[in-house]
Design a protein around this ligand. Structure first.
Ligand SMILES: Cc1ncc(COP(=O)(O)O)c(C=O)c1O
Length: 420
């Protein structure tokens, strides 16, 4: 490594002291993290816990292998979407019976946009973020293709802010609590109130906030929410997503993917569709039991976790990262692409650099795993359950070394993979 930057405060000793007094420090032991890796990509794919490894093994060997189809009843497979939904509900401020785990975030957005348009039949506009996660917009396009006369208005295209798009033509607002690329965090209560003031409904995409910070949907009066199970909830690749529906709306919602798992009496095998009276009505067909079980076990890590402590640590980790990158790498063309104010930031930090892609590949080769989002963002996620202050310190030292010696220019780091 080049000249040491350990004289810049905080020092190694300082960050080690922060880890020793971290009230969440012991939870890292629940995770089966590979040695020598600094994992800063839990905002894309959370790591596996020991409990998940055991639960998947047991479900495959005993429940499926030995007990076969009896496990739908005896091992609770049929109820998993609801029991897993309950565990998620506790992290997002939902009441019992308002959250179900199922399908993907994309599919769940499809269901909820249709539901919201049906609840506001005299209104034609869906409002969304022009720079939001693309699947949200792709799905909105798909919904519009089946609903003549409805239209999409975008922040950044039709007006500079979501607030400026709110009027009495708006049926529903689809918005992220934390932006996937910039990490900008919105205030759920305030925007929900403004949407309601014009009579619109609101769907919150919690992909980058559920499990990263306190979320209180009911305190905010939120209508609907979606989120994924594989980021901060650590449910594994392709884990089931979730839907939140406020209980006041539940009796009135009819989602269009009206498959048999959402039927009131699925085993009556009636020809006509009658939705389940409760949250199960958001289900479509057979759910992936192995993945559901992985998510189920992953959620147990939250049992004794104080979510306010998670947020406090998240702010401290991201502050430390920003401070150290700017102090030690600032002269190498990295610029902060995330709010400096922790209050309006999620649990991730993005830095822009024209060589963002190869620099990230070089970091990964050196054991610091983050990711890259086009056109030039290096994105680093700080999941407080297992990222240590020392990890932040070491990651920045490695980044500084890569930038100082320009090792990222090596041809091996220039080829783009399919997944970035
Ligand atoms: C904000 C946001 N919404 C939706 C998705 C996609 O979810 P899914 O692949 O479960 O449909 C992602 C994935 O990263 C995301 O970040």
């Amino acid at each position: 490594m080049g000249h040491s930057s350990t004289n810049v405060r905080p020092t190694v000793a300082d960050v080690e002291a922060m880890d020793r007094t971290d009230p969440l420090g012991h939870i890292r032991d629940a995770f089966a993290l590979p040695p020598g890796v600094i994992y800063l990509d839990g905002n894309s794919l959370g790591p596996v816990t020991h409990a998940v490894l055991a639960a998947v093994e047991k479900t495959a060997r005993e429940e499926w292998g030995r007990d076969l189809i009896k496990s739908y009843n005896d091992a609770g497979w049929w109820q998993l979407p609801v029991s897993v939904g309950e565990k998620i509900g506790r992290l997002i401020g939902a009441a019992s019976g308002e959250t179900v785990a199922c399908d993907t975030t994309s599919a769940n957005i499809f269901k909820l946009l249709h539901v919201a348009l049906d609840l506001r039949p005299d209104r034609k506009v869906i409002v969304a973020e022009g720079q939001g996660f693309p699947t949200d917009l792709y799905i909105a396009e798909g919904v519009l293709s089946t609903r003549p006369g409805k239209e999409l208005k975008l922040q950044g295209v039709d007006a500079p802010t979501i607030e400026a798009l709110l009027d009495h033509t708006v049926a529903v607002v689809l918005v992220n609590q934390v932006d996937y690329r910039t990490g900008v965090r919105r205030d759920i209560a305030s925007l929900t109130k403004q949407a309601h003031a014009v009579g619109a409904l609101i769907i919150w995409d919690l992909c980058h906030s559920a499990g990263a910070m306190p979320v209180d949907l009911n305190a905010a009066g939120a209508d609907f929410a979606v989120g994924c199970g594989y980021k901060y909830l650590n449910g594994g690749p392709g884990a089931p997503a979730f839907i939140f529906c406020a209980s006041r709306h539940l009796p009135h919602v009819n989602q269009p993917l009206s498959g048999w798992w959402g039927h009131a009496k699925p085993f009556a095998f009636e020809p006509g569709y009658t939705p389940d009276p409760g949250i199960r009505r958001f289900l479509c067909g057979s759910q992936p039991v192995l993945s559901m079980r992985a998510l189920d076990a992953a959620l147990d890590v939250w049992r004794n976790v104080d979510i306010d402590a998670v947020r406090t640590k998240s702010e401290a980790l991201t502050d430390l990262f920003i401070q150290r990158v700017e102090a030690t790498c600032g002269s190498y063309g990295v610029t902060l692409a995330t709010p400096r104010d922790a209050a309006v930031r999620g649990s991730q930090v993005s830095f822009a650099h024209p060589g963002g892609y190869p620099i990230m590949q070089n970091l990964i080769a050196r054991g610091v795993i983050g990711d890259f989002r086009a056109p030039d963002r290096m994105r680093f996620g700080f999941a407080p359950l297992y990222v240590r202050f020392r990890d932040v310190f070491d990651a920045v030292e490695i980044l500084r070394d890569i930038l100082t010696r320009e090792t990222w220019r090596d041809p091996q780091y220039q080829t783009r993979s399919e997944v970035t």
